[in-house]
Design a protein around this ligand. Sequence first.
Ligand code: ADP
Ligand code: MG
Length: 200
Amino acid sequence: MEPQTFKALLLAVAQTVIAHADELTALDQAIGDGDHGLNMKRGFEHVAELADGISQQPLPQALTEIGKTLVMTVGGASGPLYGTFFMTLGKELPVAPTLIDIRNAFNAAVSAVERRGKSSAGQKTLLDVLVPVQKELAAGTGGLLDRVKSRAASAADATIPMLAVRGRASFLGERSIGHMDPGARSSALVISALCDFLGD
Ligand code: ADP
Ligand code: MG
């Protein structure tokens, strides 16, 4: 991908997250401490500011820098997890990845988040979007972007009836049921913005 295109992709993803900050805040007010919108906005504002420099670098280094930026600026529980995800992609992906490389790197990044969060799918976290998307990536190439995008959205919706067993929302016990997980929603937003850009 040309640096200019890559920069536009980074800005599109960042703008999507920033535009949904209030929604993420409201979700985190319902079952957390209400900071997820600001955390994600702050992190992706930094990514947007650095987009020029990041987009000039080869893909692995660019992803590593995105991950480090998110670790340093998002904060909360989600910052280290998003950071781990992108830094692992940076470590695993070659400069010009094939779909097989992307699947393998995505699998490694999901495993790294699971280790870091001591968590797994089914616990009402961002993994409840990442793991279904991982499965969709593995399910062939036809209509891949559309499938990934709609799977991410339905997976975020599917966290509504879940009981939180990890993160702040778990302190609420049964009262965590009936609300979408903020991190699942933000993950779906990032994935959806990425699919929209790549589809155009
Ligand atoms: P904090 O919970 O510290 O306020 P944020 O509000 O930014 O941090 O992020 C909350 C989100 O982080 C949750 O909605 C959930 O998706 C994710 N999360 C929290 N803890 C974990 C964990 N142990 N494993 C996976 N995801 C987690
Ligand atoms: Mg929070």
